[in-house]
Structure formats: structure tokens, C-alpha cells
Design a binder for this molecule. Sequence first.
Ligand code: BLA
Length: 512
Amino acid sequence: RLLNAEINLTNCDREPIHIPGAIQPYGFLLCLHEQTLRIVQASENTLALLGIPAEELVGAGLDRLLGPACVAEIQQLQAGLTENAKLLGARLEHVAEHPFYKIILHRHDKLLWLEFEPVVESPASGVDLSMLNEALGKMLAADKVLTFCQYTVEQVRGLTNFDRVAIYRFAEDESGEIIAEAKHEDLDTWLGLHYPATDIPKQARAMYLKNWLRFIPDASYKPARLVPVNNPRTNRPPDMTYSVLRSVSPIHLQYLHNMGSAATMTISLVKDGQLWGMITCHHRTPKLVSYEIRDLCQFIGKTFSALIKTKEQHDQQEYQLRIRESQVHLLEHVSSNANFVEGLYKHETNLLHVFDCGGAAICFDDEIITLGNTPTKSQVQDLLDWLQENASTDLFYTNSYVQQNPAGLSIRATASGILAISLADAPGNYIIWFRPEVIQSVTWAGQHQKVETLSDGQVFLSPRQSFEAWKQLVENAATPWKQVEIDAANEIRLHISDVRLKVFNELQTRAA
Ligand code: BLA
């Protein structure tokens, strides 16, 4: 097992974050023996919160702390307990100052976990059903992914009042992008910011699939150790995967500190058993959010997870429809123009509109016509020469031309992505779509601010620095071509061949 001191930026994904042996001290923890219900481990801050040293609690029964009714209730509850938490209100008779607690119970790692969170008033605050009803209604009604995400962050911010609530969506390479945000007006926006996969190491992602909500009310806390730190049965700290109070990785705490975040709450968004993204909430000052409100936010996260697929399908269908409609227009022009090349660019709907791209070129009979943002004609000519040499198929596509041909470096800004079709009956003639390098199309608030790379001789962990790291990772690449786009390009290729063949046949017939 790696000790905290041995964790650095290169071995982050080996930090055993599930067994830190410590908690965040805004509450306290008791781990009970499954059968005897005696206390096996207690967090050291029972001394500060209850006036009882943890050492004194270890080995004792629950009646050392709780009244008989509460103990009986826990005994009854525990039989059916799993990793899913149950909630109980408790009044600690011996504690003079803050006697009211909520107990969050679950069973894991052959232990019963009792996590105590202080509450201001005795009765648990009621869940606001009408607010929830409204939130769910809006989430159901949104049909596009982005509107859906926007409603979701607004609902979570409405419930919690965090300074910033954002949705962070993962790409296939596990990097992420902020795609929706609700925030205090004083704050700079994070919309459109990208971060590399390494900001959230693998073991953390795996844990977040099991435990859907994490809460850090005060990121500058001093961890409270468990007494004893190891469970005598396993000789290691207990597995805190499902624990609410789990102490967080010091690297992540440093990251939060560097980004000016004093409190966070993060909710997993899951699709098909995989992390789709996260709702991340940030506050500039420490902030306690009640367990009930957190639970409500988790409920919203689960609802989001259940619905996201439908919203994505909606967007896909809409895009497919757009492709199909503009394709129909384009092909009509190709058929009706005496010169098919003119049909491709002289009308309101032209090659650029068929799908998302930056520019296009028609290369026919030694002439090059360009539309939108493209390399220069002589650069396009070089590309044509390369295609003839290297593209063995009639349809060629890449989202990183540089990777295939180093000469692509000079045109990466407009043409990192290339989708080219060669005309079946006229080899050497091409229609090409271009996509710009992703970085060129990314904007962000702090773009012109200085990037700090070192702080006390250490790499500076912060989102801005992360953004720079992400930029280096995705250099020379465009957004990948989608299958629907490739299919559409192929259809256009076949249609043009058909039209040309028809014209050719007509000419032959007339000549005969
Ligand atoms: C965890 N890093 C995380 C989490 C997020 C981020 C969301 C999950 C926190 C949680 O669920 O409670 C990153 N947070 C972000 C990003 C934004 C944000 C990108 O708000 C953008 C706005 N972190 C690093 C590096 C390492 C690292 C370089 O940046 C390691 C080398 C580690 N991140 C790290 C670890 C965790 C983490 C270990 C797990 C923390 C824990 O749950 O204990």
C-alpha cells in the first residue's frame, strides 16, 4: 500500500483512496462488528465533538452513546442493511452543546457503519416535494441534451445554492468538458473548458460508479484518524467506498485549494453502466448541505442517468434528419445542374451544409473550388497528391491528418480532420470536407491569463493548468467523423457517379 507521502502526479491512479483510515471531521464515525454490534473503530474526533476519547468507545456497545429506543431501532434496522444507506435521527443525551445528529447507516466490508452528522434542529427537515416535482417535470420536458443539462444544473443550484453548479461530460478518451453551468454572477464562466483524463484517476472513477455522491463541506479540513486505524480482522483500514465522511485524496484537496474552491459536492452521471459525466458543485466558502438535500440531488442525478440516453437519441435523430434534408437538396442541385460541380456549390444549400465541418473543396478536372475555411489551393493540391498515393479506398477519413502525414502540420488549423471521397468514374477527382483542429474552436474565459506551472517547486494542480495539459494531448486533432457523416459522404459519392453515368449515357445515345 502506498502511503500518502509517496503519492505524486505520476502514480495518482495507485493511491488507495478507498482506505484512507481517516474521515472529514464535520461528523464522526463508528464502525461496528456485524454480529456483536460492538464498536470496532471510532474516529478520533469523538473527543472534540462528544467529549469522549475514541479509545474509550472502542470495545463498547452503542448504549455508551445512545438511548435504549435508538439502540433498539438500530438493532432492528441493521438486519436488512446493505451498501444503501438508511437515515436515522438521534439525540445524544450526554452531549451538552450540539446534541442533535443524523445517523447514516450502511453495511460494507463486514462492518456496520454509523456516520454521525450534526444537525441544527432536532427533526430532520422535510423534503420539498413540489420543488422536486417541478425539477423532474422540466427534466422530462427538455428534449435536447444541452437544455436537459442546463435545467439539471439550475435545479441543483436552486436546491443547494452552491456558487457554481456545472455538468462535466466525459469523452471517449475520458477527458472532460464543461457543457452546462449555473453560477453566481461574480464568477468567470467555465463553459467549454476541457480537462485531461488524468484529473480524475481510474480508481476514483471506479469508486464513483458505486457511490454516486461525494461531499466535501470544508476542503481545508484536518483529517480525523480512525482509532485504531486498522480493522483488527483485516489488518488494514476499513473500505470507505460507501462512506459519507471518507477523507479525500490530499492531491484532490490541493487541486480544490488551487482553484479557489472551499466546498464541493459531486454527483455521478451514469449511462450503460459507465460514467457519462458528473454534476460538480463548488463554493468559495465552506458550506454544509443537509443529508436530505444531498439525497434529493442524488435523486436528480439518478433521474438524469435514467433519461440521458433518450435525450442523446433525440439529438442524434435531429442531426441525422438535418443531414438527410440538406443531402436531398444538394443532390437535387447535382441532378438538375447541367454541370454537377456547380450543383455542389452554387446554391443556398451547398457542400458545407451537409454536416458539421469548417470547409470543403471540389477538385475536378484540374480545377479546385474551395468553400468555407480551407487550406490554400496549392496546399489542397499537395493533399490531393498525397491522397492519390496513400488513400487506397474511395472514401478516406481521418481526424488527425498530421498523424498520417507530417506535412499535415502546415494545414492543421483548418484541416486536422479530412473526409474525402473520390469520384468512382473519374479517379483523381475528389470532394473533400475539412474540420479544424479542436483547440482552434475552443474558447475559454481564462485564455489570456498566465498559466502557473510551478508552486513551491511542485507542479501546480488547477483546472487552468489542466486545460493546458489537455490542449497538448489533443493537438493536431479534429472532432472525429461520425458514422452518419461517413455514410452521407458515401451516398453523395454514389449519387454523383449515377448522375454522371446518366449524362454520359444520354450523350452516347444522342451521338449514336
Ligand atoms: C478527483 N478530480 C476529482 C474529481 C473531480 C476532479 C470532479 C471528483 C471529486 C469528487 O467526486 O468528489 C476534477 N473537478 C475536476 C475538474 C473540474 C472540477 C477537472 O470541478 C473542472 C472544472 N487530480 C489531478 C491530478 C491528479 C488528481 C493531476 O488534477 C493526480 C495525479 C487526482 N482527482 C485526483 C484524485 C481524486 C480526484 C486522487 C479522487 C479524490 C477522492 O475522491 O478521494
